[in-house]
Design a protein around this ligand. Structure first.
Ligand SMILES: Cc1cc2nc3c(=O)[nH]c(=O)nc-3n(C[C@H](O)[C@H](O)[C@H](O)COP(=O)(O)O)c2cc1C
Length: 175
């Protein structure tokens, strides 16, 4: 897909079909993440874990429901793949910005492949991924903490084009 089309088709998907993603699809997104701009070029300070195992995804949903007390909501929206971006120094603004850049690259790549995707940070903020049982299942390497993530999978229906706008985010140009 042409880059401009990708940019204006990117959108949040919150309802996924169950079909698993192929190894090739996952690797395309991982490669896109690798090409993100990273603070001080410290690529070794980040790690991406891709969770495709349905039992682990279900355990994350259950843990989130327990943590939030909201048993009706699935924060994974039924997605078949959860990309978790972890950082060595999670408290640093540069780490969060870099991890977000990784996710945005993967989000755009997912869009280019006509996949649905969703930027996720709620699960990192509300402590779901700190639950010991979940931490163990995700196999995140020692010394890394999850800071951002992305869900991906086949959407129900199609991704729609969006109009270009200058209205959503305020801006000013100083000449
Ligand atoms: C830093 C960040 C964290 C987000 N966390 C979540 C999340 O935990 N769950 C969720 O459903 N959406 C999450 N989103 C998606 C936003 O809600 C979404 O991008 C926004 O509403 C705009 O919609 P759009 O992506 O379709 O343009 C997050 C987005 C960003 C940038």
């Amino acid at each position: 897909m042409d880059f401009t089309k990708v940019m204006y088709t990117r959108q949040t998907t919150r309802s996924f079909q169950k079909f698993a993603l192929s190894q090739g699809q996952v690797e395309l997104m991982l490669q896109a993440g690798q090409n993100a701009p990273i603070s001080r070029g410290r690529f070794e300070d980040y790690h991406i874990t891709v969770i495709k195992n349905p039992e682990i995804l279900a355990a994350i949903t259950s843990a989130a429901q327990e943590v939030t007390g909201n048993a009706d909501k699935d924060p994974l929206y039924g997605a078949p793949a959860f990309f978790v971006v972890s950082a060595k120094e999670p408290a640093k603004p540069g780490s969060i910005a870099s991890a977000a850049a990784i996710v945005e690259n993967m989000h755009l790549q997912a869009t280019a492949e006509l996949l649905g995707s969703c930027f996720v940070m709620g699960l990192m903020m509300n402590g779901t991924l700190d639950v010991e049982e979940i931490r163990e299942k995700m196999q995140i390497p020692e010394g890394f903490t999850p800071v951002t993530g992305m869900l991906a999978g086949y959407p129900h229906g199609y991704l729609h084009d969006r109009l270009r706008t200058l209205e959503k985010i305020g801006s000013n140009i100083v000449e």
